[in-house]
Design a protein around this ligand. Sequence first.
Ligand SMILES: C[S@@+](CC[C@H](N)C(=O)[O-])C[C@H]1O[C@@H](n2cnc3c(N)ncnc32)[C@H](O)[C@@H]1O
Length: 330
Amino acid sequence: MSHVPVMLKEAVTALDLIAGKRIVDCTFGAGGYSREILKTPDVFLLGLDRDPVVQVEADRLVKTSSPRFSFYQTAFSNLEEVLQQHGWGKIDGIVLDVGVSSMQIDQNLRGFSFMRDGPLDMRMSQSGVSAADVVNQLPERELSWIFKILGEEKRSRRAAEAIGARREIESITSTGQLAQLLEQALGPKKGRIHPATKVFQALRIYVNDELGELSRLLLAAERVLSPSGRLVVVAFHSLEDRLVKNFLRLRSEAPSLGSRHAPVEERSVFQASFELQQRKVMLPSDSEVTENPRSRSARLRWASRTNAPAMSVVPVFAQMADITQLEARS
Ligand SMILES: C[S@@+](CC[C@H](N)C(=O)[O-])C[C@H]1O[C@@H](n2cnc3c(N)ncnc32)[C@H](O)[C@@H]1O
């Protein structure tokens, strides 16, 4: 499988591996992170991925590294169920590399890319609602909202209207068809950015519920990491990175005065559940970006779990709704 792992050394170093630790690689992909983690003797690792395509590579690693490595084909929001099934209680590290893998983006048949013509699919798990279902079935108003919020596309309404008009005539079933109609509706390519970029990003995030998955994983991480356990996240677009940044800030800093989500009594009893080890986001080195241009938008954030109890879910979600601007829907 050809996927060059991004910020590999930085991510694995942040896990602070020593013998006996239990780690979960939530985004196994081509196994780049997992193989690096397993180089530390006597570390135990679970790999998760919802894409069935990675099973072959995972089986290969199980063969060479069992019983230190096991794999579950599942969404990472199921982390707690997996840990229970595997007989693990608390764990010492979680790593996520939440981009699309090269195997996904480079395969026409997966339908992730406007650069390659293929079925309009985009489902990482290869099941459930596809991008074609979304584009052909959702009301124009909802499409416009998806493009605006999840793609940060300023011309979201124009894109949705163009889709609405085209599907009156024919179903939109291929990436090429969608890319072409967006180019017609939004104007030609500006510099290196294709006019379909943001709409395709929005559809991918929506189809795979990427922000929902990440929100649930962050909350689960708070519950399952043992004190000093590490949470390491590499994100590739600003919505995900913002979610991670704000979650870690929220759980590591006492709420400031004036926050509408934080009554005075809450501030006085605040206990940080994470300690930010590195306040500034980490970026790939210049040499990595030169060698692997796909790494250019990577953002790494990491923190250590404290021994404070996990936070109740509701206030966190209230904040997350703000973070992802989902309130803008109403
Ligand atoms: C960028 S790749 C990971 C590459 C991996 N770090 C490596 O070095 O080979 C991201 C992977 O995460 C998987 N993925 C994304 N979201 C997921 C989720 N919510 N649950 C499980 N797997 C997910 C994708 O299917 C993809 O295989």
